[in-house]
Design a protein. Structure first.
Length: 255
């Protein structure tokens, strides 16, 4: 008999592994479908472990929320008062799961889940400093934003018309490509929606920023003689991309 039963959708297996490893390091036994012994019947083993466990950890994602098996396992934990819920995506949980405090695994980390399990198991916990952990996607996005901005500055210092196929043109092309990639990952990090929607909204933000950047300002710098006269054109792209991508991500997150 294991102390903890982990309920998850197979597509979220990586998170189940992380939580299982963290529980083991904390000295807490856990069971999930990889614990099946050869020859055991799947449903019988699940029923036995659910009845005998002292805590149920459910990993909510969109696919998990649509799974009747995950719903049924989480419901047993809820009815027994031993449910610890965590989400890895933004999911609109219905009753009764909407009334259960749910840990945001991306934001709070696996440690917060382990603390919740320890509370359910009446295991003394030591207070820890809660730190907001930046997701890998957000770190990647910030890196692209910074590099794109630096390239835009470099194109400005280099001078020349970015519409001609000179060094400035190629530098700005790379800057714009990084800007589009930054917009996509920024939408993903903020909205916590799928990659397909993030790519569509990110590209729209990048194209929109490019149009705002080039069309109104291009006429003003046509006769520019010094590199810094191109600054409004070359340096406004990245900030505008960030603003548009962030607005689109916030709208997507609330819909």
């Amino acid at each position: 008999m294991a102390d903890v039963f982990i309920s998850y959708k197979r597509s979220d297996r990586a998170w189940a592994e992380r939580i299982s490893e963290a529980l083991s390091k904390a000295g807490i036994s856990c069971w999930w479908d990889t614990s099946l012994v050869a020859g055991e019947h799947f449903n019988q083993a699940i029923d036995r472990e659910l009845k005998d466990c002292r805590c149920v950890v459910v990993i909510w994602s969109k696919e998990a929320h649509e799974s009747r098996w995950v719903q049924a396992e989480a419901l047993q934990g809820f009815e027994r008062g031993i449910l610890v819920a965590t989400r890895i995506e933004e999911v609109a949980l219905g009753y009764p799961f909407s009334v259960v405090q749910t840990v945001d695994a991306e934001r709070d980390g696996v440690g917060a889940i382990i603390e919740g399990v320890q509370v359910k198991l009446n295991i003394p916990t030591t207070p820890r400093v809660r730190t907001r952990r930046m997701s890998t996607v957000m770190r990647f996005s910030l890196g692209c934003i910074g590099l794109s901005a630096l390239l835009g500055l470099g194109a400005t210092l280099l001078g020349g018309d970015i519409n001609d196929e000179g060094p400035s043109f190629y530098i700005m092309s790379v800057s714009w490509a990084l800007g589009a990639l930054a917009a996509i990952t920024l939408v993903k990090a903020i909205s916590r929606r799928g990659w397909v929607l993030s790519v569509v909204l990110g590209l729209l933000a990048g194209v929109g920023a490019g149009l705002i950047d080039l069309i109104p300002i291009d006429a003003l710098v046509t006769d520019a003689d010094t590199p810094w006269e191109y600054a409004p054109q070359t340096l406004s792209f990245m900030p505008m991309t960030v603003v548009l991508a962030s607005l689109m991500a916030l709208v997507a997150r609330r819909t």
